[in-house]
Structures are given as structure tokens and as C-alpha cells.
Design a protein around this ligand. Structure first.
Ligand code: ZN
Length: 269
């Protein structure tokens, strides 16, 4: 046994050394690989983090790119109103709250009344067509000057007092007749300027066709609070065909029509 040991001592020693070296190499390799796997894991974590950041960014971009569905827009009322300039002479406003002061139009005679010369042709066509249809049309009143209105008002004020007079006769500057764009038209065989004029065929035809000539029924029934004037089926006002057609088709008053052109109040202010 001892002989055997002695004989194999050297190879055994070298074998042990070799084994030891092998173990050492394996140990180092494992340590290196462990460290590498650790750094790989870190890299992987960073990669993953970056990826999730990227995905988040992409998702956000996608969200930004996708148009947010807006609520169904409510159509603006009267969005189809005519494209007109409300500062044009045709839209001069005279009512109890809006005086035209001492405004004086250039006048021309039309039968027994004076009107703004620019509406003579329209009035001639309107009245002429009514007569062609057999209606008896009479022009009662057209332009009334500031001075005439003042005299009328003062007379009434003497009898009733100023406050009551204002409910009967327009305060000077606030009568539409001063603009020369209005006329009282009635049926020759009918009581002058009576509300029941609306029952006549003349009124039926005139109120249905006035807009074709540029006129409107200026003081309609049920709109007294807006116009400040009682129902007057005899009183026509010129505004031009485009505006008149829109006003009559939408049952508006001149006040309501002009309001459509006022700048909208900024609701966010
Ligand atoms: Zn009138």
C-alpha cells in the first residue's frame, strides 16, 4: 500500500493541483458570468423602463393626434341672415328708445305724400301692382318732419300732459315717419287706419307681398313690447328686398332683425 502511495504521490499531487486550478477557473468564470448577468439585468430594466416611457409617449401622441369628438354643434339661430350693412340708410332705427334726432332725408313726392327719394320706385311698384289687382289703395301719410312732429306732440301735450301725450303721439325724433322710409297705406273704402283693416283683401295681399318690394309690416300684432307701438296693419317700412324677405319670413320686427347683427357678448369674459 505504502509502495503504491509512494508510486502515485506525484501524479496525485499534480492531479490535485489541476483539480484546484479547474475549480478556481470555474469559480472565476461563474463570478464573471454572475456579474455580467447582473449588469445585463440592469440593462434590461433600463431598456424596459425606456420602452414603457416610449410607449407612454406614443400613446400620448396618439391621443393628441386623435381629434377629441366635439359635441354636436347646435346650429346658430338665424345663421342664414342676409349679409347686409346695418349702418346703411335702409336700416335707420326710430322707436321710443331710439331717436333719429333731427334727421332729414332727401324727399320726393309720391301722390299726396313725401318719401325718401330712394324708395319712390319701390313704392310705385308696390302700390301700382296692388291697384292692378283691383285694390283701392290710398297713401295716408309719408314723411313727417321733426318740426311737424314737435307741433303735433306739443298740441297733444297741451291737452293730455306730456306723459300721456307720449303714448298717443311719438316724441319728436322717435317717429319712423321722420325717416321718410315709412308710409301709412289704407283702403280707400275703409275706415282710416283702423286695426280691422287686416280683414280687407288689400291688407291680405299687401302684407303677403310687401317684402317682394322691400317693405315690411313694421308694427305687427303681438310685438308691441318690442316695437313700442300698437299693432298698425297700415304702416309699411322700407328696408330693401333682402332684409324685408328675411324679416317677414321669420316673423321678426326691425328691432329683432337689427339685434341679430350686434356683436355677441363674450361669455367667457
Ligand atoms: Zn305710420
Amino acid at each position: 500500500m505504502q509502495r503504491i502511495l509512494r508510486r502515485y504521490r506525484k501524479p496525485l499531487f499534480y492531479g490535485a493541483v489541476a483539480l484546484l486550478l479547474l475549480c478556481l477557473v470555474l469559480l472565476v468564470r461563474s463570478a464573471v458570468s454572475k456579474r455580467r448577468s447582473g449588469s445585463e439585468a440592469r440593462e434590461e430594466a433600463i431598456r424596459r423602463e425606456n420602452l414603457s416611457k416610449e410607449q407612454e409617449k406614443e400613446a400620448q401622441q396618439e391621443m393628441e393626434a386623435t381629434p377629441v369628438p366635439s359635441p354636436t354643434p347646435t346650429p346658430e339661430p338665424y345663421a342664414d341672415k342676409p349679409d347686409i350693412d346695418i349702418n346703411d340708410w335702409k336700416f335707420i332705427l326710430a322707436n321710443p328708445w331710439h331717436s333719429v334726432e333731427e334727421y332729414e332725408p332727401d324727399l320726393e313726392w309720391f301722390e299726396d305724400v313725401q318719401l325718401d327719394y330712394r324708395i319712390i320706385d319701390a313704392m310705385d311698384a308696390f302700390v301700382g301692382d296692388a291697384r292692378d289687382l283691383g285694390y283701392s289703395v290710398v297713401m295716408v301719410s309719408g314723411y313727417r318732419s321733426y318740426d311737424t312732429q314737435t307741433g303735433l306732440f306739443e298740441q297733444t301735450a297741451d291737452a293730455y300732459g306730456e306723459e300721456e301725450a307720449a303714448t298717443i303721439v311719438a316724441v319728436p325724433g322717435t317717429s319712423e315717419h321722420q325717416t321718410g322710409l315709412a308710409a301709412d297705406i289704407t283702403d280707400d273704402y275703409y275706415d282710416l287706419m283702423n286695426e280691422s283693416l287686416e280683414n280687407t283683401e288689400l291688407y291680405q295681399w299687401m302684407s303677403a307681398h310687401c317684402h317682394e318690394y322691400g317693405f315690411i309690416v313694421r308694427f305687427p300684432k303681438g310685438k308691441e313690447d318690442i316695437t313700442g307701438i300698437i299693432y298698425e296693419p297700415w304702416h309699411y317700412r322700407y328696408v330693401g328686398v333682402e332684409a324685408a324677405t328675411y324679416i317677414m319670413e321669420h316673423d321678426l320686427t326691425l328691432e329683432e332683425f337689427l339685434e341679430l347683427y350686434q356683436p355677441k357678448e363674450n361669455l367667457t369674459a
